[in-house]
Design a protein around this ligand. Structure first.
Ligand code: SIN
Length: 275
Protein backbone atom coordinates (compact mmCIF):
# COMPACT_ATOMS: atom_id res chain seq x y z
CA UNK A 1 0.00 0.00 0.00
CA UNK A 2 1.47 3.36 -1.08
CA UNK A 3 0.34 6.76 0.27
CA UNK A 4 0.86 9.89 -1.85
CA UNK A 5 -0.30 13.21 -0.34
CA UNK A 6 -2.69 15.19 -2.57
CA UNK A 7 -1.76 18.57 -1.03
CA UNK A 8 0.48 19.75 1.85
CA UNK A 9 -2.26 19.58 4.49
CA UNK A 10 -5.20 17.66 3.01
CA UNK A 11 -5.88 14.39 1.29
CA UNK A 12 -3.95 11.30 0.33
CA UNK A 13 -4.07 9.01 -2.68
CA UNK A 14 -3.74 5.35 -1.70
CA UNK A 15 -2.57 2.85 -4.30
CA UNK A 16 -1.91 -0.86 -4.11
CA UNK A 17 -5.23 -1.63 -2.42
CA UNK A 18 -8.30 -3.48 -3.70
CA UNK A 19 -11.04 -1.86 -1.66
CA UNK A 20 -13.55 -4.64 -2.37
CA UNK A 21 -11.26 -7.04 -0.45
CA UNK A 22 -9.81 -4.68 2.16
CA UNK A 23 -10.16 -5.89 5.74
CA UNK A 24 -8.10 -6.45 8.90
CA UNK A 25 -4.74 -4.62 8.99
CA UNK A 26 -5.30 -3.12 5.53
CA UNK A 27 -8.60 -1.61 6.63
CA UNK A 28 -6.97 -0.32 9.83
CA UNK A 29 -4.23 1.40 7.79
CA UNK A 30 -6.87 2.98 5.51
CA UNK A 31 -8.79 4.25 8.56
CA UNK A 32 -5.61 5.73 10.05
CA UNK A 33 -4.73 7.49 6.79
CA UNK A 34 -8.23 9.00 6.52
CA UNK A 35 -8.25 10.17 10.13
CA UNK A 36 -4.91 11.88 9.54
CA UNK A 37 -5.28 13.27 6.00
CA UNK A 38 -9.08 13.80 6.07
CA UNK A 39 -9.80 12.14 2.73
CA UNK A 40 -8.32 9.19 0.84
CA UNK A 41 -8.69 8.58 -2.89
CA UNK A 42 -8.51 5.16 -4.55
CA UNK A 43 -8.19 4.82 -8.34
CA UNK A 44 -9.13 2.03 -10.75
CA UNK A 45 -11.38 0.19 -8.31
CA UNK A 46 -13.83 -2.48 -9.41
CA UNK A 47 -16.38 -1.64 -6.73
CA UNK A 48 -19.97 -2.81 -7.29
CA UNK A 49 -22.89 -1.59 -5.17
CA UNK A 50 -22.65 -4.89 -3.22
CA UNK A 51 -18.91 -4.28 -2.65
CA UNK A 52 -19.72 -0.73 -1.53
CA UNK A 53 -22.19 -1.96 1.11
CA UNK A 54 -19.98 -4.86 2.24
CA UNK A 55 -16.97 -2.54 2.66
CA UNK A 56 -19.07 -0.02 4.66
CA UNK A 57 -20.30 -2.82 6.94
CA UNK A 58 -16.71 -4.00 7.50
CA UNK A 59 -15.83 -0.41 8.45
CA UNK A 60 -18.76 -0.09 10.91
CA UNK A 61 -22.40 1.09 10.83
CA UNK A 62 -24.20 2.79 7.95
CA UNK A 63 -26.28 6.00 8.47
CA UNK A 64 -28.91 6.08 5.73
CA UNK A 65 -29.28 9.63 4.41
CA UNK A 66 -32.72 11.14 5.09
CA UNK A 67 -32.88 13.46 2.08
CA UNK A 68 -31.19 12.11 -1.04
CA UNK A 69 -32.87 9.60 -3.38
CA UNK A 70 -31.94 6.05 -2.45
CA UNK A 71 -30.75 3.24 -4.71
CA UNK A 72 -33.75 1.13 -5.81
CA UNK A 73 -32.42 -2.26 -4.73
CA UNK A 74 -29.86 -1.16 -2.14
CA UNK A 75 -31.38 1.62 0.01
CA UNK A 76 -28.16 1.90 2.06
CA UNK A 77 -26.78 3.74 -0.99
CA UNK A 78 -27.78 7.38 -1.51
CA UNK A 79 -27.76 8.65 -5.08
CA UNK A 80 -25.98 11.97 -5.60
CA UNK A 81 -26.95 12.88 -9.14
CA UNK A 82 -27.62 15.76 -11.46
CA UNK A 83 -29.29 15.13 -14.83
CA UNK A 84 -28.09 16.87 -18.00
CA UNK A 85 -31.15 19.15 -17.97
CA UNK A 86 -30.85 20.12 -14.28
CA UNK A 87 -28.85 23.09 -13.07
CA UNK A 88 -28.50 22.68 -9.28
CA UNK A 89 -26.23 19.99 -7.85
CA UNK A 90 -26.19 18.30 -4.43
CA UNK A 91 -23.45 19.46 -2.09
CA UNK A 92 -22.43 22.48 -4.15
CA UNK A 93 -21.23 24.58 -1.20
CA UNK A 94 -18.62 23.95 1.49
CA UNK A 95 -20.15 21.74 4.18
CA UNK A 96 -19.68 18.66 6.28
CA UNK A 97 -22.26 15.88 6.04
CA UNK A 98 -24.74 15.31 8.89
CA UNK A 99 -23.35 17.88 11.39
CA UNK A 100 -27.06 18.52 12.18
CA UNK A 101 -27.30 15.01 13.74
CA UNK A 102 -26.80 14.50 17.48
CA UNK A 103 -24.25 11.84 16.58
CA UNK A 104 -22.76 13.08 13.29
CA UNK A 105 -21.71 10.57 10.67
CA UNK A 106 -18.04 9.60 10.79
CA UNK A 107 -17.62 9.95 7.06
CA UNK A 108 -18.71 9.07 3.58
CA UNK A 109 -17.68 6.68 0.82
CA UNK A 110 -18.35 8.23 -2.59
CA UNK A 111 -18.11 6.16 -5.79
CA UNK A 112 -18.07 7.64 -9.30
CA UNK A 113 -20.78 5.98 -11.44
CA UNK A 114 -21.46 8.37 -14.35
CA UNK A 115 -19.17 11.34 -14.94
CA UNK A 116 -19.40 14.41 -17.17
CA UNK A 117 -16.70 14.66 -19.89
CA UNK A 118 -15.00 17.31 -17.76
CA UNK A 119 -15.64 19.17 -14.51
CA UNK A 120 -17.54 17.88 -11.48
CA UNK A 121 -14.44 17.78 -9.27
CA UNK A 122 -14.79 17.62 -5.48
CA UNK A 123 -12.73 19.73 -3.06
CA UNK A 124 -11.99 19.06 0.60
CA UNK A 125 -10.56 21.32 3.31
CA UNK A 126 -8.82 19.97 6.44
CA UNK A 127 -10.30 21.41 9.66
CA UNK A 128 -7.35 20.32 11.82
CA UNK A 129 -5.04 22.44 9.68
CA UNK A 130 -7.68 25.20 9.72
CA UNK A 131 -7.76 25.18 13.52
CA UNK A 132 -3.95 25.15 13.77
CA UNK A 133 -3.73 28.22 11.50
CA UNK A 134 -6.15 30.35 13.59
CA UNK A 135 -4.57 33.25 15.49
CA UNK A 136 -4.23 32.53 19.23
CA UNK A 137 -6.80 35.18 20.24
CA UNK A 138 -9.40 33.53 18.01
CA UNK A 139 -8.52 30.08 19.40
CA UNK A 140 -9.01 31.48 22.93
CA UNK A 141 -12.33 33.08 21.97
CA UNK A 142 -13.86 29.84 20.63
CA UNK A 143 -12.32 27.37 23.08
CA UNK A 144 -15.43 27.00 25.27
CA UNK A 145 -18.12 27.77 22.67
CA UNK A 146 -20.79 25.43 21.39
CA UNK A 147 -22.81 25.89 18.20
CA UNK A 148 -26.25 24.85 16.99
CA UNK A 149 -26.52 22.99 13.67
CA UNK A 150 -29.64 22.16 11.64
CA UNK A 151 -30.54 21.12 8.09
CA UNK A 152 -34.15 22.34 8.18
CA UNK A 153 -33.51 25.57 6.23
CA UNK A 154 -31.79 23.54 3.50
CA UNK A 155 -34.29 20.70 2.97
CA UNK A 156 -37.72 21.88 4.24
CA UNK A 157 -40.67 22.36 1.85
CA UNK A 158 -39.79 26.04 1.25
CA UNK A 159 -36.06 25.63 1.94
CA UNK A 160 -32.97 26.29 -0.17
CA UNK A 161 -33.25 23.18 -2.38
CA UNK A 162 -37.04 23.51 -2.80
CA UNK A 163 -36.42 26.81 -4.61
CA UNK A 164 -34.27 24.99 -7.19
CA UNK A 165 -34.74 22.23 -9.76
CA UNK A 166 -33.09 19.76 -7.33
CA UNK A 167 -35.97 20.12 -4.83
CA UNK A 168 -38.24 17.63 -6.63
CA UNK A 169 -35.62 14.87 -6.29
CA UNK A 170 -35.16 15.11 -2.52
CA UNK A 171 -37.02 13.50 0.42
CA UNK A 172 -37.48 14.38 4.10
CA UNK A 173 -38.96 17.88 3.76
CA UNK A 174 -40.93 17.40 7.02
CA UNK A 175 -38.00 16.27 9.14
CA UNK A 176 -36.79 18.40 12.06
CA UNK A 177 -33.09 18.30 12.84
CA UNK A 178 -30.94 20.07 15.39
CA UNK A 179 -27.81 19.36 17.38
CA UNK A 180 -25.35 21.25 19.56
CA UNK A 181 -21.65 20.48 19.21
CA UNK A 182 -18.49 22.13 20.54
CA UNK A 183 -16.97 24.63 18.10
CA UNK A 184 -13.62 22.92 18.63
CA UNK A 185 -13.90 19.13 18.84
CA UNK A 186 -11.24 16.54 19.52
CA UNK A 187 -10.97 13.91 16.84
CA UNK A 188 -12.36 10.78 18.53
CA UNK A 189 -9.45 8.61 17.34
CA UNK A 190 -6.42 10.90 16.99
CA UNK A 191 -7.26 13.52 19.64
CA UNK A 192 -6.38 16.33 17.20
CA UNK A 193 -8.29 19.60 17.65
CA UNK A 194 -10.66 20.35 14.74
CA UNK A 195 -12.71 23.43 13.88
CA UNK A 196 -16.27 22.09 13.80
CA UNK A 197 -18.53 24.72 12.21
CA UNK A 198 -19.61 24.89 8.58
CA UNK A 199 -21.40 27.40 6.39
CA UNK A 200 -24.28 25.14 5.37
CA UNK A 201 -25.57 23.83 8.70
CA UNK A 202 -24.12 25.91 11.58
CA UNK A 203 -26.65 28.57 12.60
CA UNK A 204 -25.57 30.23 15.88
CA UNK A 205 -23.42 29.94 18.95
CA UNK A 206 -25.26 28.69 22.04
CA UNK A 207 -26.49 31.68 24.08
CA UNK A 208 -26.32 34.07 21.09
CA UNK A 209 -28.83 34.84 18.35
CA UNK A 210 -28.04 34.23 14.68
CA UNK A 211 -27.37 37.96 14.23
CA UNK A 212 -25.07 38.08 17.25
CA UNK A 213 -23.28 34.94 16.03
CA UNK A 214 -22.73 35.93 12.42
CA UNK A 215 -19.62 38.16 12.71
CA UNK A 216 -17.59 35.50 14.58
CA UNK A 217 -19.07 32.64 12.54
CA UNK A 218 -18.17 34.37 9.29
CA UNK A 219 -14.65 35.06 10.60
CA UNK A 220 -14.23 31.34 11.32
CA UNK A 221 -15.71 30.27 7.96
CA UNK A 222 -13.32 32.61 6.14
CA UNK A 223 -10.32 31.50 8.20
CA UNK A 224 -11.17 27.81 7.65
CA UNK A 225 -10.13 27.99 4.00
CA UNK A 226 -6.46 28.76 4.36
CA UNK A 227 -5.36 27.71 0.87
CA UNK A 228 -2.85 25.05 1.75
CA UNK A 229 -5.42 23.02 3.73
CA UNK A 230 -7.40 22.19 0.59
CA UNK A 231 -7.20 19.42 -1.99
CA UNK A 232 -9.14 18.75 -5.17
CA UNK A 233 -10.11 15.48 -6.84
CA UNK A 234 -10.63 15.03 -10.56
CA UNK A 235 -12.84 11.95 -10.76
CA UNK A 236 -12.26 9.14 -13.25
CA UNK A 237 -14.28 5.96 -13.78
CA UNK A 238 -13.26 3.57 -10.96
CA UNK A 239 -12.42 6.36 -8.49
CA UNK A 240 -13.61 6.02 -4.89
CA UNK A 241 -13.12 8.69 -2.19
CA UNK A 242 -13.55 8.09 1.53
CA UNK A 243 -13.53 11.06 3.88
CA UNK A 244 -13.79 11.93 7.53
CA UNK A 245 -16.62 14.40 8.16
CA UNK A 246 -15.21 15.55 11.48
CA UNK A 247 -11.84 16.38 9.90
CA UNK A 248 -12.98 17.91 6.62
CA UNK A 249 -15.42 20.10 4.78
CA UNK A 250 -16.17 19.29 1.14
CA UNK A 251 -17.60 21.08 -1.88
CA UNK A 252 -18.94 19.49 -5.10
CA UNK A 253 -18.14 21.78 -8.04
CA UNK A 254 -21.06 22.48 -10.38
CA UNK A 255 -19.23 23.35 -13.60
CA UNK A 256 -20.59 20.71 -16.01
CA UNK A 257 -23.95 22.15 -17.14
CA UNK A 258 -25.60 20.10 -19.88
CA UNK A 259 -24.00 16.84 -18.72
CA UNK A 260 -25.05 14.08 -16.32
CA UNK A 261 -23.15 13.16 -13.15
CA UNK A 262 -24.11 10.30 -10.82
CA UNK A 263 -22.28 9.21 -7.68
CA UNK A 264 -23.17 6.57 -5.08
CA UNK A 265 -22.69 7.58 -1.44
CA UNK A 266 -22.76 5.57 1.75
CA UNK A 267 -22.51 7.51 5.00
CA UNK A 268 -20.61 5.80 7.81
CA UNK A 269 -21.87 6.03 11.40
CA UNK A 270 -19.85 8.07 13.88
CA UNK A 271 -19.77 8.75 17.59
CA UNK A 272 -20.76 11.72 19.83
CA UNK A 273 -18.30 14.61 19.56
CA UNK A 274 -16.60 16.24 22.53
CA UNK A 275 -14.33 19.22 23.11
C1 SIN B 1 -21.63 15.43 -1.24
O1 SIN B 1 -21.54 14.37 -0.62
O2 SIN B 1 -21.83 16.50 -0.67
C2 SIN B 1 -21.46 15.41 -2.75
C3 SIN B 1 -20.04 15.26 -3.15
C4 SIN B 1 -19.89 15.13 -4.64
O3 SIN B 1 -20.87 14.89 -5.34
O4 SIN B 1 -18.76 15.27 -5.12
Amino acid sequence: MKLTPMAPRCGVEISGVTLAQAEGDTLDSIRQAIWEHGVAVFRDQDFSPDDHIAFARRWGGIDVNNYFPLHGEQPEIAIVKKEADESTNIGGAWHTDHSYDQVPAMGSILVARDLPPQGGDTEWAHMGAAYDALPQDLKDEIEELEAFHTADHVYKADGIYAKTDMGKNLRGQDLKTGAVHPVVVRHPQTGRKLLYVNGSFTINFVGRTREESLPLLQRLLDAALTGDNQCRLQWRPGTVAIWDNRTTWHNALNDYQGHRREMHRITLSGEPLAA
